[in-house]
Design a binder for this molecule. Structure first.
Ligand SMILES: Cc1cc2nc3c(=O)[nH]c(=O)nc-3n(C[C@H](O)[C@H](O)[C@H](O)COP(=O)(O)OP(=O)(O)OC[C@H]3O[C@@H](n4cnc5c(N)ncnc54)[C@H](O)[C@@H]3O)c2cc1C
Length: 382
């Protein structure tokens, strides 16, 4: 019996017509955007674009209708986000909420938290960030020291979160914190809370990364009071919940398409004239891309069928990050032999941006070593 499940996913009959609809909807907005802006893709923050997409019904489309979704099959959502990423649409503002926070709230949050957040997420106006990592806890997430203490009517939270994507512009954070010491296992005693970032006691600072963008930041929580209905799920079961959330975070097409804009940019620069080096490189790149796509789509299908493909998601993220991290260097190597295109004005800004952004691809969402540890455990090797 196979340890890993990557069963093929069937397209629905009208998948291609959905693809065409989304393509034209996106094209209208992104056609005139500078190539370097499109290269940012799912980290590019554009609140107006998110609202446009929300109005078109493409955020939360996989949620049940009674939560403001459209009950769409996972494969249809996959097609929509794949098209958005391939076009380099600036989806960063709503990305986290659509990918994981909304679904996580549907699975675990109180009725009031759901009704407070889900309509705003679906309309592309309410943005979320992920409060897992801390100044002294990244890979070893169970070592977090941010604490919530029970008080009358709710909880007081004290601590700090770090590397929080879009924290300077998000409205809400789902934070993992410690609510008790956990006894025999550090994985016990953790809980998740919904924190409104406008609350008293919240201080946020942006951090500039090596691309020159302030895409993430740090957040200090100084005795922030949250009401009881901000507890997500069950007190003390945050570890199991966060792992479920991470499966949503690790397997989507953004885990292999972050450098995708380089492929059309390079093809445009080549104008149909290739040599052996560029032909071979592009052939290999597309073959790898296609394989990753099949694997990632399979994980999306499993999640929508209620399975927990955490192992397969870790494999997609590790292989995907390796692919998208190497891609700028592979195109750069082609350009070393291709003096005609080495200064192309559309291609070079995309390449510059991605060469600088790529080191982070194997850190965000869980590092390469951590993912390989999960895979090894799945194989029974640890
Ligand atoms: C662009 C970007 C966006 C991010 N966005 C968010 C976000 O929105 N929310 C959030 O909570 N976090 C976010 N992070 C943080 C990210 O999840 C952490 O950086 C990551 O989990 C690693 O943690 P660390 O930085 O503390 O490094 P460390 O955990 O200190 O790791 C340092 C190195 O040691 C290795 N290592 C650590 N432990 C082991 C081990 N047991 N075995 C083998 N090797 C090990 C790691 O693989 C890594 O190479 C983001 C990071 C980046 C780069």
């Amino acid at each position: 019996m196979s340890l890993f499940h990557f069963d093929p996913v069937e397209y629905t009959a009208d998948a291609q017509s959905l693809r065409n609809t989304v393509r034209s909807l996106i094209d209208e907005k992104v056609r005139e955007m500078p190539a370097a802006q499109r290269a940012q893709s799912w980290t590019g923050f554009d609140a107006e674009f998110s609202e446009y997409l929300g109005a078109a019904g493409f955020i939360g489309m996989h949620w049940p209708a009674h939560h403001g979704g459209r009950d769409c099959p996972a494969i249809e959502r996959y097609i929509v986000i794949e098209e958005l990423l391939a076009a380099g649409a600036p989806v960063g503002a709503h990305w986290i909420a659509d990918r994981q926070s909304g679904t996580h709230l549907i699975n675990y949050a109180s009725p009031s938290a759901k009704s407070e957040c889900l309509p705003g997420i679906a309309s592309g106006k309410l943005f979320f960030c992920i409060g897992m990592s801390e100044p002294n806890s990244g890979s070893d997430l169970a070592s977090i020291s941010t604490r919530a203490v029970r008080v009358e009517g709710g909880w007081r939270i004290r601590g700090a979160k770090l590397w929080t994507t879009h924290v300077t512009r998000a409205h809400m954070m789902i934070a993992l914190v410690r609510t008790s010491d956990g006894g025999e296992s550090r994985h016990q005693g953790l809980s998740q809370f919904l924190i409104d970032l406008s609350l008293e006691g919240v201080t946020i600072n942006g951090i500039t990364d090596q691309t020159g963008e302030q895409h993430f930041g740090e957040v200090f929580l100084d005795d922030v009071f949250v009401t009881d209905d901000c507890l997500i799920g069950t007190e003390g079961e945050g570890w199991q919940q966060v792992n479920h959330e991470l499966a949503l975070e690790r397997s989507g097409p953004e885990r292999y398409l972050s450098s995708y804009r380089l492929i059309p940019a390079y093809l445009d620069a080549l104008c149909g004239v290739t040599d052996d080096t560029s032909s071979c490189a592009l052939g290999e790149i597309v073959a790898e891309l296609w394989t990753l796509r099949q694997m990632s789509m399979s994980v999306a299908g499993q999640i929508s069928n209620g399975a927990d493909p955490a192992l397969e998601a870790a494999m997609v993220k590790d292989l995907g990050a390796t692919f998208e991290q190497a891609l700028p260097h592979r195109i750069q190597a082609c350009l070393d032999n291709d003096v005609d295109n080495a200064g192309d004005e559309q291609l070079m800004p995309v390449l510059d941006y991605l060469l600088n952004a790529a080191p982070s691809f194997s850190l965000r969402g869980g590092t390469r070593e951590i993912l390989r540890g999960i895979i090894a455990r799945g194989l029974g090797l640890r």
